[in-house]
Design a protein around this ligand. Structure first.
Ligand SMILES: Cc1cc2nc3c(=O)[nH]c(=O)nc-3n(C[C@H](O)[C@H](O)[C@H](O)COP(=O)(O)OP(=O)(O)OC[C@H]3O[C@@H](n4cnc5c(N)ncnc54)[C@H](O)[C@@H]3O)c2cc1C
Length: 369
């Protein structure tokens, strides 16, 4: 049977586009469907834009592997496509002796994960790099950085289109039905939408992962993991950025914790925190500034009064509830759900942006593309 497309990808965020890019590189004709009017308007537009080293994730997990591999591929992609980034490095800081064991455990894990060039720093060494910092001791990760993630997504779109594929916006995926001899009929486009056929189907719809999987005929409902929304807000500093490097205190349960970055525009941004919410609510409560100030002063005692202004919020597509252990990325193929030619992604929270190119390659491998 001949198909309209070799592969359809649902969702034009960083991960869906990276999947489309990986499949295009293997010679497939790819169609990426995006419900919004532009690419990259979902989770990929509301994050820290940090290129993570791969320090924190359990050794052997997909998060650890894809973060390290994805980071290496990402820097190479950014170089070859002339996309703006700053490999500024990161300091993971113990602000007091009680936090030293925590950052030591991170060092051990990061080393086991294959993170390169890590260094132990005393408080004095850390302050020699960042004079405004309060640090008992720190770990330096020179491989960490930040990048222009929207330019990255535009470059992925360009690669897909150069290979003969298409990225179509304002075209929501409605449903998919497996065809008897293999492949799928996909209906997309809302009212009066069209049906098309594809041999392979990838779902990368971020916060809508569960809803999209539920609209694939034959996808067993008990194989769709429960989803949760983990909201995080950011505050921006009025005034000069105090540090050059990313500054991360030890992680909080369920997230990496409120950190500092000097963004590519040179402005200082703090966040995100973690609060579970029921709906996609992107408001930032200005009253949270006091809580942020208390937290930030642990590593930056010089934070002036009333210098923080509410900035933006993002929502993590979480697979665990408050206080539950944080699961790995889930790339569900035929062995999980029984549908040949389908990979469904769930729980692609941080470090999904850093890992995106590695996730794309892993999805293409799972599909034997
Ligand atoms: C607060 C926060 C901070 C983060 N910081 C970092 C960081 O610094 N570094 C890092 O590596 N990672 C970070 N992450 C994680 C990273 O942002 C995500 O893992 C990544 O952006 C997920 O990309 P995605 O393509 O899976 O999802 P999305 O970007 O959400 O893309 C999914 C797309 O699917 C579309 N879609 C949904 N339903 C349909 C449908 N029915 N039909 C068609 N299209 C549909 C959506 O509109 C969306 O465009 C952070 C996340 C958050 C929330």
């Amino acid at each position: 049977m001949s198909f309209d497309f070799d592969a359809v990808v649902v969702g034009a965020g960083a991960v869906g586009l990276a999947c489309g890019y990986a499949l295009s590189k293997r010679g497939l004709t790819v169609l990426v469907l995006e419900k919004e009017g532009h690419i990259g308007q979902g989770v990929s537009s509301r994050n820290s834009e940090v290129i993570h080293g791969g320090l924190y994730y359990p050794t052997g997990s997909l998060k650890a592997r894809y973060c390290v591999e994805g980071r290496r591929s990402l820097y190479a992609f950014l170089d070859s496509h002339k996309i703006d980034y700053r490999k500024c490095g990161k300091l993971v800081v113990a602000t007091q002796e009680a936090e030293v064991a925590g950052i030591e455990a991170i060092f051990e894990r990061a080393t086991a994960n294959g993170v390169e060039n890590l260094e132990h720093l005393t408080g004095a060494q850390a302050r020699a790099l960042e004079p405004a910092l309060n640090a008992h001791s720190a770990i330096l990760s020179p491989e960490s950085g930040l990048f222009a993630s929207h330019d990255y997504m535009l470059a992925l779109q360009g690669e897909i289109e150069d290979a003969g594929g298409s990225v179509v916006v304002s075209t929501p995926f409605e449903r998919a039905e497996p065809l008897p001899g293999g492949g799928f009929t996909v209906t997309a486009g809302g009212e009066g939408g069209a049906a098309l056929t594809t041999r392979l189907l990838v779902t990368a719809p971020g916060l809508q992962a569960q809803a999209v999987a539920a609209r694939i005929d034959g996808f067993p409902a008990d194989h769709i993991p429960a989803g949760h929304f983990g909201k995080g807000v950011y505050f921006r500093l009025t005034g000069k950025a105090p540090f050059e490097r990313l500054i991360y205190p030890p992680p909080i349960p369920g997230a990496l914790g409120t950190h500092y970055r000097k963004d590519l525009g040179g402005q200082a941004v703090f966040g995100p925190d973690l609060v579970y919410v029921e709906t996609e609510d992107y408001s930032v409560d200005p009253a949270k500034a006091a809580e942020f100030e208390r937290y930030i002063r642990r590593f930056w005692p010089g934070l002036p009064e009333s210098a923080l202004t509410p900035d933006y919020a993002g929502i993590r597509p979480k697979l665990h509830g408050l206080g539950e252990p944080q699961p790995d990325f889930q790339l569900r193929g035929r062995d999980d759900h029984g549908l040949d030619g389908l990979v469904a992604l769930f729980g692609i929270e941080s470090p999904g942006l850093t890992s995106s190119l590695a996730i794309g390659d892993a999805v293409a491998d799972l599909l034997h593309a």
